[in-house]
Design a protein around this ligand. Sequence first.
Ligand SMILES: Cc1cc2nc3c(=O)[nH]c(=O)nc-3n(C[C@H](O)[C@H](O)[C@H](O)COP(=O)(O)OP(=O)(O)OC[C@H]3O[C@@H](n4cnc5c(N)ncnc54)[C@H](O)[C@@H]3O)c2cc1C
Ligand code: FES
Length: 336
Amino acid sequence: MALITIDGATPVTFECDESDTIMRAALRHGLGFPYSCNVGACGNCRFQLLDGEVEHLQESPRAWTERDEKRQRYLGCQARPLSDCRIKLRTNEQYVPQTEPVKVSATFKEKTVLTHDLSEFALELDKPLPFLAGQYALLGASAVDGPRAYSMCNVSRNDTEWSFQIKRVPDGAMTTHLFDLLQPGDALTLDGPFGTAYLREDSERDILCLAGGSGLSPMIAIARAAAEHPQLRQRRLDFIFGGRRPEDMCGEELLRDLPGFGSTLHFHSAISEDISETEWSGLRGFVHDVAQQLFGEALQSKEIYFAGPPLMAQAVQKMLFDLKVPLDQVHFDEFY
Ligand SMILES: Cc1cc2nc3c(=O)[nH]c(=O)nc-3n(C[C@H](O)[C@H](O)[C@H](O)COP(=O)(O)OP(=O)(O)OC[C@H]3O[C@@H](n4cnc5c(N)ncnc54)[C@H](O)[C@@H]3O)c2cc1C
Ligand code: FES
């Protein structure tokens, strides 16, 4: 066990297991260590090492640059301590977890096919653990090197059931394992919950959920939790799901049975490829364009959640920025 001290006017010290990372250990101790992706890709968890020794879990995490290395800067989600450490970073209240993440064992129960490349995986944890709608966990399989982040799609009832809607990535190590090899009863590990793009239950605004491809899961969780919530179910919720082609579409059947579907809860699907009118008569364009066409400046008064691949996330952020949507109404965790 290493002792990590965050330097400052009032230094804070916490314990970090040698197999854990400094950021995850800080969150387990209720500290607001900034982060987003948890997989070494966004750089939000960067800190400066003042004393001690660390090593990254991945050899070359995507967000770690030569300049970082020269300046003794590391990624908190990837850095595991090799000794006691003193580090410099600014903690922030917005990252203080509402439920501190823990590592648990889980058993794979069943898979439900949603489209040609998207399936829902139901897992049973070995102990009950709550999470907030929109959050994610790190899923590990002994046959795959390193965990991957996946967002829960079910509503937490503080029980042992966590489900994930996962998109197959061609030749992807984890998704090939999950889609082709995983059998009911197989053991997996989960570490979580993580993420700050969870449903804001105290907001009085109408809600917009934007999902692209692999981003379906957390947006489904947000819509399901809002539909059950005594105040939020009175609000209008629009759900836009985007894919390339008609066969990528799903989501409506997952929401249709929720209270308010068709009155307060509205589902829109859009495809981005140029397909003939006979094959697709619905909305066309990228998710951010569709949101802008449907709502324009009315976006400024909505609580907006989005999830999807990096290019979609960048386009949505730019569109919302250009339309002057206040940043504190926009919630997302960076997907990679
Ligand atoms: C916050 C977040 C939430 C996500 N939620 C979902 C979701 O709900 N549904 C969904 O379908 N996808 C989700 N993803 C994407 C998912 O985590 C995977 O990237 C995707 O499934 C591809 O994984 P793969 O192993 O099949 O592909 P690969 O291409 O083999 O790996 C994908 C990525 O994993 C990382 N990686 C590779 N090796 C290691 C290692 N040893 N240790 C740690 N990381 C490694 C690399 O960054 C690589 O780009 C999410 C991603 C993030 C960051
Ligand atoms: S790089 Fe660490 S949280 Fe994204």
